[in-house]
Design a binder for this molecule. Structure first.
Ligand SMILES: C[S@@+](CC[C@H](N)C(=O)[O-])C[C@H]1O[C@@H](n2cnc3c(N)ncnc32)[C@H](O)[C@@H]1O
Length: 327
């Protein structure tokens, strides 16, 4: 997770005002504390950080680590209950598996205008293979297959916005992504807007975006943006990054993607096989064709061959058929 922690540091450095140095942070499930300690030490955004850890052995290691950093304080505690210093400007929740047990405390413990960062690694549940567990845990029917991880991210966001709503709050994603074996979201905690949140149950027959399969209806899913494009534009590789090239590539991809922030992405080979076209068209030819028709297109962080577009599916399919018939 070193690259992911680099991105966390990049995130904190991009907060406005930059490098204010006065924020307070709480790492709810700290283990050794490496994530929060890097944020405290490398981002210049924090004055203090509290670390909670319930496992006595992990807490001993955590205490030793924290002692070397001014402003850091370790608590041997169950973080389903917030420490007395709450609310915080930034709350980081990175548990084993599902964040559900901690979600309410996390969302209640950030000040309004603050940030909650949440990781989930229970991808068997969120991304489709265990639909009954997903219904039980998140109250949602998951998308299966290649789009399952993004579906999982959107299920988690729908769950979090509903939980925030029950606290008289709402959330606004600044940066949310699906990667390897996990999903992670950085969310601004905001006052409710009065509008219902962008959460939907998707009926695959009526859905005009990328084909999600025929095991729906899917969700409830967050169908709003995953990115604040202005914020993503401020992300930079931090000076002490452990994986600078990896993070640079990821940030570059997020920048492109945040300009076409539509739910789910297409892939040429998936489109071709659904349409019975033997050789998938090149990504470049699809991008050029969609742009020539006035649509926007961007690659996605979620898969190297994937692309998002604001075109309806019918136009994407028509274009792919046309390119296929020219071969
Ligand atoms: C995935 S690890 C955290 C990794 C860490 N955030 C990092 O980036 O290295 C999850 C940790 O949460 C701790 N934990 C589990 N339940 C907890 C609870 N109720 N309160 C506090 N810590 C808990 C576990 O002991 C474990 O050390």
């Amino acid at each position: 997770m070193a690259g992911d922690r680099d991105l966390a540091v990049a995130f904190a450095r991009a907060l406005v005002p930059p490098a204010s140095g006065r924020r307070t942070g709480w790492e709810m499930t700290a283990a050794t504390g490496v994530r929060g300690l890097r944020l405290l030490h490398e981002s210049e955004a924090f004055a203090s950080f509290v670390f909670s850890e319930s496992n006595p052995e992990a807490f001993r290691v955590l205490s030793g680590n924290v002692a070397r950093f001014p402003g850091a304080r370790a608590l041997e505690s169950d973080s389903r209950t917030a420490p007395s210093d709450a609310p915080f400007d930034y709350v980081d929740l990175d548990p084993y598996g599902s964040p559900i047990a901690f979600a309410r405390t996390a969302l209640a413990s950030a000040r309004l205008g603050g940030v909650v960062a949440v990781t989930a690694t229970d991808m068997m549940v969120l991304a489709g293979p265990q639909p009954a567990a997903c219904r039980h845990r998140y109250g949602a029917h998951p998308v299966r297959g290649r789009l399952g991880p993004e579906g999982g991210l959107r299920i988690l966001l729908a769950y979090l916005v509903t939980t925030a709503g029950s606290l008289g709050r709402s959330i606004r994603p600044l940066l949310a992504y699906a990667r390897d074996h996990y999903v992670r979201a950085y969310l601004e905690v905001v006052a409710p807007t009065g509008e219902p949140p962008p959460v939907e149950i998707i009926d695959p027959e009526r859905w005009d975006g990328p084909w999600l399969g025929d095991r729906g209806p899917y969700g409830p899913l967050w169908v709003g943006p995953l990115f604040d494009a202005g914020f993503v534009g401020r992300l930079e590789v931090p000076p002490h990054a452990a994986r600078p090239e990896e993070v640079a590539r990821f940030i570059e991809r997020l920048r492109e993607e945040s300009a076409v922030d539509r739910p789910f992405y297409y892939e040429a080979n998936v489109l071709a096989s659904r349409l019975g076209i033997p050789t998938p068209p090149s990504l470049r030819s699809i991008e050029d064709g969609l742009r020539a028709r006035g649509f926007r297109v961007a690659r996605t962080h979620a898969r190297p061959e994937g692309f998002r577009t604001d075109s309806p599916r019918s136009s994407v399919e028509e274009l792919v058929r046309q390119i296929g018939s020219r071969r």
